[in-house]
Write a protein that binds this ligand. Sequence first.
Ligand SMILES: Cc1cc2nc3c(=O)[nH]c(=O)nc-3n(C[C@H](O)[C@H](O)[C@H](O)COP(=O)(O)OP(=O)(O)OC[C@H]3O[C@@H](n4cnc5c(N)ncnc54)[C@H](O)[C@@H]3O)c2cc1C
Length: 399
Amino acid sequence: MNTRNLLDVIVVGGGAVGASAAAALAQSGFDVALVEPNPPTASAEDAPLDARVIALSPASVRFVERLGAWPLSAARAFAYREMEVRSGDEVLRFGRELVAEPALGWIVELRALQARVFDAARSRVAAVHAARVVDCERGEREARLELDDGTRLRARLVVSAEGGRSSLREAAGITADGRDYLSRGIVAHLTTEQPNPGIAFQRFLKGGPLAFLPIDGGRSSLVWTRPEAEVEPLLALDDAAFCDAVAEASGLRFGRVVAATSRVAFPLRLQLAERFHAERLVLLGDTAHVVHPLAGLGLNLGLIDAAALVDVLVDARTRERDLGSLATLSRFDSWRRSDTHAAARAIDAIERGFGGDLGRVGQWLSRGLGLVDALTPAKRFFAAAACGDIGRVPRMAQR
Ligand SMILES: Cc1cc2nc3c(=O)[nH]c(=O)nc-3n(C[C@H](O)[C@H](O)[C@H](O)COP(=O)(O)OP(=O)(O)OC[C@H]3O[C@@H](n4cnc5c(N)ncnc54)[C@H](O)[C@@H]3O)c2cc1C
C-alpha cells in the first residue's frame, strides 16, 4: 500500500474489537489499515484451554460469523443452554427455549476468538502494521498518524480500540471516569464432582459474585470476584484448599471441586469515557467503556460498537457525508454511549446491591430474582438481554 494515500479509516488496536471493526469496515468496501503491535496467534490445536474465556452472546456470534470468524474449533467454544442466578435462597433460571436460539450464548477462549477475527481483518484490510501509534494529529480534513516504526498514515477517520488505556483518547482530552471495585476476578478451570451440563451459573455473595461457566468435558470456568484483601491469601492456597473454598462458595452446586488449573486474578473497574468521539476520532470497546464482568458483557458491548460503526459509516457514505466529521460521529456517539452507559450503570447497581454495600437493597434484589423467576415475560426480557437482542441492534448483528 502507498502510505501517502488517504485511507478511509485507520483502526488502532487489534484486540477482538479493533480487529472485528477493521474486518467489517473493509468488508463493507472502506479502505482500512489496522495497527497492532502484538498480532494475536491461536494456540496449538492440542494446547490446553487458555485461562481467559469469555461469554459471547448470540448477537455477537452473528456479527463475527458474518466476518467468517465463526465457528471456532469445538475445543475452544462451548454452548450454554441455561442460565441460573442465585442470591440467598432465591433463584432465577431460564433456558434457550425462551429465545428460540440454539444456545443462550457460548463460552469461548478469548485468544482463539482474537486470532480468528484478526485473520479475518488481515485478509480484508489494505495493510496491517505491527507497530504502536506514537503521534496523532487530527485536522479539519484528515487525521495523520505516526507509528513507532516511522510509518506515517493518513485517513478520514481514526478508530481507537486500544483497550482501557488509550493514548488516543487521552491525547484528545476525553476523560474516562468510574470507580475501582477494589476487587479482583479470580479465574481458573475447575473439575467438579458432577459435570456441568451446560449451565452458566452465578451466585451472588457478599464481596462479589462467583460464576461457573460450562467448558469442555463437563468442566466449569470460574470467575470469582473477591475483595482485594482476600485475593492473595486465596491465590496462595494449595490446590485442595482452593478447591474446597470454591466448592463452599458455590453452595456445592456441582458437588465438590476435585481439581483446579492454576489461578490468575484480574483487577476490576468501571470506566466510562465522557464521550465516544471527537473530530476524526471514535472510541470503541474497552477504550470507551470497561464494566464489571458479572454480566459477561464487556466484549459483547465492544463488538456491537464495531458493528454499529459500520452502519453509521455506510449510511454516511450513501449520503456522501464526511466519514470523520463531528456530525457523522455524533450519530455513533448518541447510539452507543446511551446504550453502554445504561448497561454499565445497571451492572454497577447490581454489583453494589448484591455485593453487600446496600444492605436492605440487596435483600430486595434477591427477592426480585424470585419474582422474575415466576414471571415468564420478565424472564423472556432477561433472556433476550443475555442474547444481545434488546435496544437497537446493528445490521451485521441482526438475526
Ligand atoms: C475476569 C474478566 C472476565 C470477563 N468476562 C467477560 C465475558 O464473559 N464476556 C464479555 O463480553 N467480556 C468479558 N470481559 C471483558 C473483556 O475481556 C474485554 O471487554 C475485552 O477483552 C476488551 O477487548 P478490546 O478489544 O476492547 O481491548 P483489548 O483486548 O485490550 O485490545 C486492545 C488492543 O490494542 C492494542 N494497543 C494498545 N495501545 C496501542 C497503541 N498505542 N497502538 C496500537 N495498538 C495498541 C493492544 O496491543 C491490544 O491488542 C471480562 C473481563 C475480565 C477482566
